[in-house]
Write a protein that binds this ligand. Structure first.
Ligand SMILES: Cc1cc2nc3c(=O)[nH]c(=O)nc-3n(C[C@H](O)[C@H](O)[C@H](O)COP(=O)(O)OP(=O)(O)OC[C@H]3O[C@@H](n4cnc5c(N)ncnc54)[C@H](O)[C@@H]3O)c2cc1C
Length: 246
């Protein structure tokens, strides 16, 4: 991976890229891996460091979406558990098992959570990280000495995944590069280029290190700018309302 070489390649104005991905967080890096591994010509542009924004500031859980189970969205949980298992298999240096204990204060909570979390385990199948089990009050107090003991009845322990979000992003970036994508940090997209019919046909980008602007032609521009999504959307249609707000 050589940034200077990548910059030389994007300077060639005769090239038309299959995909220009804007944003080097989890979404953009994943999109770049996906497209490059299918043989497309891909450039990913990130205005700061890779994973500088939300993708290095998450709670760092690779969860199978246990809360969606409570909402009855079983297919989403099955998909998330499958992805959790694949992440553990493909990146065992980044994903590990994390035990959680839910303290119970009402009589129905222990059977409720034990049954619910056992269903969660069963949905994970052979990719499960460990079995959910009920715990006595004494065992919960022993594991969490600071827990509120007033009316504590016991608990349930279950397993989910924990990961290093930023490192995962950096590994995705390396994989994208291995697959032939140009991944360029400190490259801020400043506006979109449109063809005569008004269709987006490329981007203008500013190299913050070389202090040079470049124009890239692209068949597809992917907006993977996370919470900054409106910045790019406004480059397309300034009159549109924001879709993200604090
Ligand atoms: C508090 C919190 C906790 C979370 N916990 C978890 C968790 O435990 N597990 C989990 O799986 N998910 C979690 N998430 C969700 C997860 O972090 C996000 O879904 C994910 O990081 C979003 O990635 P992204 O690539 O879409 O956005 P980002 O990581 O924000 O990336 C967008 C990138 O676009 C770049 N960019 C913006 N404008 C431009 C431009 N003009 N030119 C070039 N680049 C530009 C930005 O610099 C940024 O790097 C959590 C989220 C939050 C907020």
């Amino acid at each position: 991976m050589k940034r200077d070489d990548y910059i030389k390649q994007i300077a060639d104005r005769s090239l038309i890229w299959d995909f220009v991905v804007v944003g080097g967080g989890a979404t953009g890096l994943g999109a770049a891996v996906d497209a490059a591994s299918r043989g497309f010509k891909v450039v990913l542009l990130e205005q700061a460091d890779f994973t500088k924004a939300t993708s290095s500031r998450s709670t760092k859980l690779v969860h199978g979406g246990v809360r969606y189970l409570a909402q009855g969205d079983v297919s989403l949980v099955v998909e998330a558990l499958r992805e959790r298992g694949l992440m553990k298999k493909n990146a065992p240096h980044l994903v590990k098992d994390q035990r959680f204990i839910i303290g119970n204060y009402k009589w129905w909570e222990k059977p409720f959570y034990t049954i619910g979390l056992t269903i969660y385990d069963l949905l994970a199948g052979k990719r499960g990280l460990g079995r959910s089990l009920p715990m006595t009050k004494k065992a919960v107090e022993c594991e969490i000495p600071q827990i509120n003991k007033t009316r504590l009845r016991g608990g349930v322990v279950y397993h989910d995944g924990q990961f290093d979000d930023s490192r995962m992003g950096i590994n995705l970036m390396q994989t994208a590069a291995e697959q032939g994508a140009l991944v360029i940090n400190y490259a801020k997209v400043t506006n979109l280029i449109k063809d005569d019919s008004g269709k987006i046909s490329g981007v203008n980008v500013y190299d913050e290190i070389g202090k040079q602007p470049y124009s890239l032609k692209a068949k597809v521009v992917v907006n993977a700018t996370g919470i900054f999504v409106d910045g790019l959307m406004k480059m397309d249609a300034p009159e549109k309302d924001n879709i993200v707000r604090p």
